[in-house]
Structures are given as C-alpha cells and as structure tokens.
Design a protein around this ligand. Structure first.
Ligand code: PLP
Length: 452
C-alpha cells in the first residue's frame, strides 16, 4: 500500500504526524506492516491491559455478535449484561451495586455528573449543580467531563463552551501547591489539598455543590501521583458534611491497574460513584460506565420514579459487554492482581535503579503497573524548557527502538515539567519488563545526548 494514499482520508488528532501502520498484535507486542515490533509499554492508552490477540476474548465477542449484536437497553436486557453487572458489583466496594454502562470514560463521567445533579434535584435540593474538580486532572473530552477536569491545554480552546465548575489543586507532594514539606499537611487546619475542598465548597455555597470528582491516583496529567495517605479520608468527611457526592474516576486506575481492583481501596473510603473504562474490556471493545451506591439508587427510586434522565444508544452494547465478561474471567482465572503487584514491584525497583544511574530522572512513583517518571534539568527539580518536549522526544526514540510509552507534561498557571507513564499490560512477563527498561534507558540516554 502506498503511504500517501493510505493517510489521505484519516482525520488524525495530529495531522502533522505520520503513524506506523499496525497490522496485528500478539501479547505485549504490536507489529507494523514493515514487520517492526513494538513493545506496548503503555498498553495503548493504559487500556490494552491484557495485551493483544487473545482468542478467548475475540471469540466471546464474535459469538455474541452472531447471537444478538445490538439490543437497545431501553427496552431489553441480555444475559451478558446481567452477568457482567453482577460480577462488577461483586468486585466493587461495599454498597456499590448498580452498574450503568457507556462506551467510553468521558461518557461515564458525563453520566456521573448528571446522576449527581438529578439525585440532588429530585431530593429537593434544586440548586446543587456545581461539580468541584482538580487542576492537573483529566476526566475526559466531552464538555461536562472537560469542565470537571483540570487539563489547561485541553480546556483552553473551548473555554467559552465550558460549564462553570470549580477546581482545587491536585495533591502532588513533590511540588506541593502549598509549599509544604511532605507529610506536613494532614494535621494542618489552614490551606492544604484537602482543606481547600472545604474552603471552596463554602465559597461556592454548599447548597450549590453537587459533587467532587477525583482520580484516586492522578494519571495522565501528573504521571501517576499518589496522594497522601489521609487525603481521601478527609475528602470523604468533607463531602459527607456538605452533602456533596464523591465520584472516584477509576477510568485509568480501575480493574487492577494499580494492584487493587480499584485504586480507591488503598485509601479505605467508599465513594458514591466509581466511574470506569479502559481496563474493563482491556481495549478489546469500547466499554466503560459507572458503579452507583445503593443510597443513590434508593433516592432515584423514591424521588424520581426510578428514572435516570439520560441514555446512550450503545449503553450496554452486547458485544462490548461480552468482551468485558471475557476479560474479567481472565483477570480472575490468571490471578492478574498478583502479577500486577509482583511485576509492579519489580519494575519499580528497576526504575529506581535507573534514577540512580540517570540524575535527570527527578522522581519515580506510582502503584502496581501504573508507574511514572518525572524529568528535571537539575537536582532541585527545575523543569526542562517546555519547547524541548523532553518526554515526547524520549518516546520518539523509544518508538525507533521498538517500544512505546505515554508521555505528558503538567500545566497550571504555566508549565510544570514533564513526565512519562510506564504502564505495560497487567499480564507482562519479567523478560518483557527487562526489555522495557533496556529500551527506556537507551531512549533517555540518546535524548540527553541530543539536547546537550
Ligand atoms: N478519566 C480518566 C482518568 C482518563 O484517564 C480518561 C482517558 O484517558 C478518561 C476519563 C476519558 O476516557 P475516554 O477517553 O475513554 O473517554
């Protein structure tokens, strides 16, 4: 196939770039038309959590497509829908028992924002509609989810279209927004990452605030930053005090990525809604959704005649749901969580060794197989110049060497440095982790040579 012809009609997100043509994938690897092999060291977009070419999942999808490819869940249900909902509820924290499906994570968060609004309105609190999100967080690209998120670059173009949601800082002890030392915030009564939630609720007026949304471990915007131990406990207490729903966005972290089924389990709190995506179908089909606490369902039945004023054509799409069911079967059968903890610890140690070897790696962090590296120009953490696009360059080198990572950079009132997410499939093997680290080391070193 001729390259120029091939790309003519594809509207890529970045039309200035050329992309390798992938013809197939097997396990943790993708293969291009020319036969180049790429180690998928970021599971696509932290989604292809079991790697590629799994016959069992493909067959489950094909069988469902042959039986009933599409059933509108406004009128009918399917056996796979029952089974997957039951399984997800079994995995979810206590009290979260009803599952609402969407096609993607943005739609899932959109649904959660709407449910929070409807729940309060129908319970006689019609003013509650403002969502509080966090700067340097990401909840999706639809207008509601973009408004709740704090990704400055993605928000900028659409500012006039965004909803009037408000934001607090994301906790990031390495670059504390309140200039505190690590661990010196939990007991403080003045401004800190959790107390600022209370301050903002009071400023907006508790009668106006419907929900607070947060990623338990901040993914694409910060590069896998874990909050202080007590953060979510405080957040839960504040939400309860002001009747604000807590939405845990587990689109990236959910279904085992961090070594627990849901990352919020690390913090021992129960949210009102968990949104999920990516890992539920391991990227084999568009599938996402929200798991809703019994309390909200009870409210919906009592105050709204059981009707959620919302809906998508492809909600609970049988082929996607069949993929999800096959994926969860594999997660359970192959004890994937155990592999995530084991390989996550192994990879973390390797990355810490890499940091000792390469001083420009300023930080190594994360949980399970959602790990992040932050880069800085000196030991004090001064960011590289933004236009160097350091992690984009590292990733480009890695692609040339046969592996792909997930680069990003932070912005809030200006540029805050660069990170790289390392998130291989959850069933990765030790030799694949070794290969990943080898290519990463080389890519970083080549990049350093290039910018010197
Ligand atoms: N929420 C989080 C935490 C995410 O990481 C993402 C995607 O990266 C989304 C929401 C949006 O999901 P989607 O791209 O499936 O709409």
């Amino acid at each position: 196939m001729e390259r120029g012809m091939r790309d003519d009609h594809v509207f890529h997100r970045d039309l200035s770039k050329k992309y390798p043509l992938i013809t197939h994938g097997k396990g943790s690897y993708l293969y291009s038309e020319e036969g180049t092999r790429y180690l998928d060291a970021c599971s696509g977009a932290v989604a292809a959590n079991l790697g590629h070419g799994i016959e069992e999942i493909a067959s489950a999808m094909a069988n469902q497509a042959k039986r009933a490819a599409f059933v509108h869940t406004l009128r009918f249900e399917t056996p796979v829908l029952y089974k997957l909902s039951e399984k997800i509820a079994r995995f979810a924290p206590d009290g979260l028992n009803k599952v609402y499906f969407t096609s993607g994570g943005s739609e899932a968060n959109e649904s959660a924002i709407k449910l929070a609004r409807q729940f309060h309105r129908d319970a006689g609190k019609p003013e509650k509609h403002v969502v509080i999100g966090r700067w340097q967080s990401y909840h999706g690209n639809t207008f509601g989810s973009l408004s709740a998120g704090g990704d400055i670059k993605r928000r900028q173009v659409y500012t006039p279209n965004l909803l009037h949601f408000t934001h607090i800082h994301s906790p990031n002890c390495l670059r504390c927004p309140f200039q505190r030392d690590k661990g010196d915030c939990d007991s403080r009564q003045d401004w800190s990452c959790s107390t600022s939630l209370e301050q903002l609720i009071l400023e907006v007026g508790p009668q106006n605030v419907s929900a607070f949304i947060a990623e338990p471990i901040t993914g694409s915007q910060l590069g896998s930053v874990v909050p202080p131990d007590n953060y979510f406990k405080e957040v839960r207490r504040i939400c309860d005090q002001y009747d604000v729903l807590l939405i845990a966005d587990e689109v990236m972290t959910g279904f085992g990525r961090t070594g627990k089924t849901f990352a919020i389990e690390y913090f021992d709190v129960i949210p009102d809604i968990i949104t999920f995506g990516k890992g539920i179908s391991a990227g084999y089909a568009p599938l996402a959704g929200m798991i809703v606490h019994d309390r909200l369902i009870k409210g919906l039945i009592q105050n709204s005649k059981g009707k959620f004023v919302h809906g998508y054509t492809y909600s609970g799409h049988p082929v996607s749901v069949a993929a999800g069911l096959a994926v969860l079967d594999i997660y359970e059968r192959e004890k994937i969580l155990e592999n995530v903890v084991e390989k996550g610890n192994y990879l973390l140690q390797k990355l810490i060794e890499l940091k000792r070897e390469i001083p420009l790696i300023f930080d190594v962090r994360g949980k399970g197989l959602l790990l992040g590296l932050e880069f800085a120009a000196d030991a004090e953490g001064t960011p590289f110049k933004q236009d160097l696009q350091i992690t984009e360059r590292i990733n480009e080198k890695a692609i040339e060497l046969g592996a792909v990572f997930y680069p990003g950079s932070g912005t809030i009132n200006g540029y805050l440095g660069d990170h790289l997410i390392v998130s291989p499939p959850l069933n990765s093997k030790t030799n694949e982790i070794d290969e990943l680290v080898h290519i990463l080391r080389k890519s970083i070193k080549l990049t350093i040579e290039e910018i010197r």
